[in-house]
Unconditional design. Structure first.
Length: 155
């Protein structure tokens, strides 16, 4: 079955599949690269699934992200070009990250993690400021600690 195609990046860090959404130039690839490098530096799994386009399908009450064949193993490095990298063809999603303009993010949200349905399956969603790597990585570390208590620090 063909699933929903979304504009975003997908990666696996440790045992978690992460979908990163945001407009062009919001820092999706930079965040992906930072999370992958951080995971590998801590000797955790860090592997790209897809850069720029991800296909989502539901399987047994979970969301599976896959890379379209045309972009498998390719990642954009803005200012450098397209690079080939190792990749996983699919991942079970555990978290969605939305990169938004900082003024659209509440300073002290009542619920730091919201939920949204993807292919009929509810997934946690966290909003982070676009192009603000330090703040975003800090928010994501706290999100992982909150959502997956007892898990190692993946990145």
């Amino acid at each position: 079955m063909i699933g929903q195609s979304v504009h975003g990046n997908c990666l696996i860090v440790g045992t978690c599949g992460v979908l990163i959404r945001g407009k062009a130039g919001s820092g999706k690839s930079q965040l992906t690269d930072a999370m992958l490098s951080g995971a590998r530096a801590k000797r955790n799994l860090g592997v790209l699934v897809a850069d720029d386009r991800v296909v989502l399908t539901a399987e047994e009450n979970r969301v599976i992200a896959t890379v379209p064949d045309s972009i498998a193993g390719v990642m954009e490095v803005r200012g450098f070009g397209l690079i080939e990298t190792r990749y996983a063809p699919r991942a079970k999603l555990h978290l969605v990250v939305d990169l938004l303009p900082p003024e659209k993010i509440e300073r002290l949200p009542e619920d730091a993690v919201s939920h949204e349905r993807f292919e009929g399956v509810l997934l946690p969603v966290v909003c982070c400021p676009e192009n603000s790597m330090d703040v975003t990585l800090r928010v994501l570390r706290w999100t992982f600690r909150n959502l997956f208590p007892g898990s190692p620090e993946y990145f």
